[in-house]
Ligand binder design. Structure first.
Ligand code: PLP
Length: 431
């Protein structure tokens, strides 16, 4: 496969260009993909994944760093593999994500494990694999990891996830760094927690971790959090702790519509200003930033209807496929795959799920559509398929990966049989 970045050609990649009125994924027509694979279906651009990875990597070129892709944004094996092939490690939040990261070929030595509720089984698997770092989110978890590691005769490399109590100014459901959040330990209690860890034989202190939220579109919360982390590192070192790694988490926002998030260079400047002179390795956990705009959700118009004066476009994709609009009132651009059929009028684009919250767009100016028209929902590469479900007994969508003029189905559409897999009817109980 050709890779423009690998060939050293700095070609600006437009992942989803419009050519002769028709929307493409790289060099493949989205209409052709829909024809071959059906709808709803997620389409990802490998070129866009690589371009995003390379841009962030380049922005941190001056400092030792590891980009640990946060699998929870998009855990498809081929997507993870595309980033791993470029050098990415992985940030995982469950045993399942650890399994996926390893299956996709991520080296254990580049995997970090975050999350407030790690089970013994998950801890054991991560110890077995020999991961780079456990981000410990409480002192009870510290004791659990210490115990399991001693039972396996190993030392677990750890950082505490500290909660710097800054407001990331994002949606409350994706704010994680406030004092009242369930994540991490309060930064004020960090010294005691590190002192406790130092006395344990099953763990080895290697760093500090912090992740304050997702879809951050301003730099100040990052700067505030990191300046607190910086002070903590001085205190920890003064107390004799070896801090070699600072994990700055993920959270860098992307552009869904009118947002003006900082670019990779501006973000890197803030991180490096706070941390560069400390001589630490910087670990980053970007999720959304690498994948969101590398994906679209392709969906087909089923019908149009009008209730009173309100116009609805009913499509075959729904909240079970893409929950962000319903869950976070998130705005994602939707456009027809073909040329617009006329001037726009406000519509709600809705799915067939039996919930009034099942919408992809509300009061959105949209051109006229006909049954069978294809629509593309942009920004669907992160927290799209990953958050999808079988609600309303809807089989989950197919996933497709494109590179230049080739495409492959990287996850088959679920079948009706898939929907009932693992279920039984025990006659002696059901009657
Ligand atoms: C969700 C999450 C990330 C990724 O966040 P993005 O906003 O997608 O970059 C990184 N680290 C942790 C601990 C997370 O929970």
């Amino acid at each position: 496969m050709r890779s423009p970045a690998a060939a050293g050609e700095p070609r600006a990649l437009e992942a989803f260009p419009r050519r002769a009125g028709v929307l493409f994924a790289e060099d493949v027509s989205l209409a052709q993909i829909a024809e071959a694979v059906g709808t709803p279906c997620f389409v990802y651009s490998a070129g866009a994944l690589v371009a995003a990875y390379d841009a962030l990597d380049a922005a941190f070129r001056g400092v030792p760093h590891t980009l640990c892709y946060a699998l929870k944004a998009n855990m498809n094996l081929a997507v993870v593999r595309t980033l791993v092939a470029r050098g990415a490690g992985a940030d995982v939040t469950s045993g399942g994500e650890l399994f996926r990261a390893l299956r996709a070929g991520a080296p254990a030595g580049r995997i970090v494990y975050s999350g407030v509720g790690k089970t013994d089984d998950e801890i054991d698997r991560a110890l077995d694999a020999g991961i780079k770092l456990f981000n410990v989110e409480s002192r009870s978890e510290l004791r659990r990891i210490d115990l399991r590691a001693r039972q396996s005769g190993v030392r677990a490399p750890i950082a505490f996830r500290v909660n710097p109590d800054v407001d990331p100014k994002t949606h409350p459901y994706v704010s994680t760094g406030l004092r009242t959040s369930k994540f991490g330990i309060p930064i004020s209690e960090a010294m005691d927690a590190y002192a406790e860890a130092k006395a344990l034989d099953g763990v080895r202190i290697v760093g500090v971790d912090c992740h304050i939220g997702s879809q951050l579109t301003r730099l100040e919360p990052f700067a505030d959090a990191l300046s607190r982390v910086r002070s903590l590192i001085f205190e920890l070192r003064a107390a004799g702790h070896a801090i070699e790694i600072v994990d700055v988490g993920g959270g860098l926002g992307v552009r869904y519509s009118e947002e003006r998030p900082p670019d990779a260079g501006e973000y890197a400047a803030v991180v490096c200003k706070a941390l560069r002179d400390l001589g630490c390795e910087i670990v980053l956990e970007p999720g959304r930033w690498l994948t969101a705009n590398a994906g679209v959700l392709l969906t087909r118009v089923l019908l149009e209807k009008t209730n009173d004066d309100k116009r609805f476009v009913v499509v075959d994709g729904a909240m079970n496929d893409l929950i962000r609009p319903a869950l976070y009132q998130a705005f994602q651009t939707i456009e027809p795959v073909g040329p617009p059929r006329g001037p726009t009028r406000p519509v709600d684009v809705v799915g067939p799920v039996c919930e009034s919250g099942d919408f992809l767009a509300k009061d959105r100016p949209f051109p006229p559509v006909e049954r069978g028209d294809l629509l593309a929902v942009r920004g669907a590469g992160a927290y799209g398929f990953a958050m999808s479900s079988n609600y309303n007994a809807r089989p989950r969508a197919a996933e497709v990966l494109v590179r230049a003029d080739r495409f492959a189905v990287v996850r088959e559409r679920e079948s009706l049989e898939d929907l009932v897999r693992g279920e039984t009817i025990p006659r002696e109980i059901t009657g």
